[in-house]
Design a protein around this ligand. Structure first.
Ligand SMILES: [Zn+2]
Length: 450
């Protein structure tokens, strides 16, 4: 895929560095940086994966990039329509393009929204699509580009004056007030300001992507990015604790994954699932980052500092955030996974031309559900590389385990909301998502074999 060419624009921030410990105490940043961070939080996870994938030096965060690459590598015939693949590889946001366009740093990796109408000039169906692979109800292709977005209101300007902010090493954000600075220094036990060095650094989209990756794993994000110059990082097998908020899933949940593992040490070989499980995984790519963080809850993301960023921006800008997801989380016709009831798509708005469901290959069918064709089977690795079962050999899968068959066992896990949230969390901040799923049951009584 062709990505946007490397942008050399930078923005500056000032770092205050403790020379004794060689750590960043705070960064002093203008509202331009804060606008960028806020905009990043609105990105669908698929665009986060694109941003991270664009910068090859960065170690990929969690399993997100594996999931994204899996969509890219899967044969188009797996998907219900050609548009399904595009919807996942270039997920649209309900925030349209307005957030990213005014930013000083070009971090927007999404492709501009396009509009196509029917190629038959006498067509009476009055349909449009964002994908020129869609077929009109009259049978012709919707492939004539037109300027469909002009009726969208521009929205208000996001930045609020020239305020300055402090960003701590673990990404707490606050107004740049002398009293706040003093509190931070006192909390860190720094009594002498002479040991503090000031340093101005330039941030390009590369550093921003790096900063974001580190924020998922590190409590010392700024230090890692700007002082340790760590472009690669060690992703430990994070042990995620089971959420204790909700009841376990009922046994009759339709979505399941069968996990093959070694009895002796519970090492996972792979998972096997049908299209509903893979549809759930792929739908993660369409969820806006800030909504994903809200869903999985900040306290469970103890490994990194992204939840600090999210919470503080939410507090500082709560007035503007209100109402942003009232009418739905996803744009119209995006898949609403039944396992995550709070993720729903907006209703299409009706105008001169009405939007066709890009996921439906059948004429006149509306509000269709998933991205993947029914009765498809997939094999999935612990770090969420998804392959079509038809493209791999079962025998070589068994041989690859290198384990006597008597030491291999299979566990079937039904996926409800708790499990779906565990997967979503693992997708962002762990490289072993299926293990996270199994770990949900570690402290539970052993499951009945199914
Ligand atoms: Zn037509």
């Amino acid at each position: 895929m062709s990505m946007a060419s490397e942008d050399s624009t930078t923005v500056s921030i000032k770092l205050l560095i403790d020379q004794e410990s060689n750590k960043v105490i705070i960064a002093e940043a203008g509202s331009d940086i804060v606008d960028i961070l806020r905009s990043l939080l609105k990105f669908p996870l698929g665009n986060i994966a694109r941003l991270i994938g664009k910068h090859q030096s960065v170690q990929r965060a969690g399993c997100l990039n594996n999931l994204y690459d899996s969509v890219e590598n899967l044969s188009p015939t797996i998907f219900r329509t050609d548009a399904c693949k595009s919807m996942l590889l270039n997920p649209r946001s309900i925030h349209k393009d307005k957030y990213s366009k005014k930013l000083k740093l070009n971090i927007d990796v999404s492709e501009p929204t396009k509009y196509y109408r029917c190629s038959n000039t006498r067509c009476v169906e009055k349909l449009f699509s964002h994908y020129k692979t869609s077929r009109c109800h009259c049978g012709n292709m919707l492939n004539i580009p037109y300027n469909g977005g002009t009726y969208e209101s521009e929205g208000t300007d996001e930045s609020e004056g020239e305020s300055m902010f402090f960003i701590t090493d673990d990404l707490r954000i606050m107004q740049a007030l002398p009293g706040n600075l003093m509190n931070i220094l006192l909390n860190l036990g720094i009594k002498n300001v002479c040991q503090i060095e000031e340093k101005v650094v330039d941030i390009s989209s590369n550093e921003m992507s790096n900063l974001f990756s580190h924020s998922l794993f590190s409590k010392t994000t700024l230090t890692n990015v700007f002082l340790r110059n760590q472009s690669t990082m060690f992703v430990q097998q994070s042990t995620l604790v089971a959420p204790n908020v909700k009841e376990r899933t009922e046994k009759d949940s339709k979505t399941r994954v069968k996990i093959m593992l070694r009895k002796s040490d519970r090492k996972i070989f792979n998972g096997e699932a049908s299209e509903d499980f893979v549809d759930l995984l792929f739908s993660f790519l369409t969820i806006p980052l800030e909504f994903a963080l809200e869903l999985i809850g900040g306290n469970d993301l103890t490994a990194g500092s992204i939840s600090n960023l999210f919470k503080d921006l939410d507090t500082i800008f709560s007035i503007t955030k209100q109402n942003s997801y009232v009418n739905g989380i996803l744009p119209p016709f995006y898949s609403c996974p039944i396992e995550l009831p709070s993720i729903c798509s907006q209703h299409p708005t009706y105008g001169y031309l009405n939007q066709l469901d890009p996921k439906s290959p059948i004429l006149n069918e509306t509000n269709s559900s998933g991205y993947i064709k029914k009765k498809s089977l997939f094999v999935i690795t612990d770090d969420l590389v998804v392959k079509s079962l038809s493209s791999v050999s079962c025998f070589s899968l068994l041989k690859e385990t290198g384990t006597p068959l008597c030491d291999v066992e299979q566990e079937v896990i039904s996926i409800g909301e708790v499990e779906a949230l565990a997967l979503l969390r693992a997708c962002l901040c762990s490289s072993s998502a299926l293990s996270a799923l199994l770990n949900l049951y570690v402290k539970q009584p052993k499951q009945e074999p199914q």
